[in-house]
Unconditional design. Sequence first.
Length: 115
Amino acid sequence: MYILSQAAESLEKIGTGNEKAISALVQLLETSQDESTRRHAAQSIGNIGTGNEKAISALVEFLKTSQDVCNRRHAADCLGNISTGNEKAIAALVEFLKTTQDEGTHWLAARSLGR
């Protein structure tokens, strides 16, 4: 799984907005069974996927479906980085605020909404 995490970091280095890199990261996020790898993929998407609907949709789905609190925090934070004004992301973050009990996670989601 370390190799997949490294692949996510390498794809991030390719550059902001690169469709092939974003698609590969989304595929890694959606198919990996390793939570650490998924977290790395989400972080990389959050660094290069600004305004990309495919990236935003993948992070919204990750936010909704991950059972790992740390991963959900990362998804909320990454959405704030790439989805300013995106209605789908805003709705997902608002719903997330309503359903999570963790105070730190609340703070991250609220911060993401404020970007």
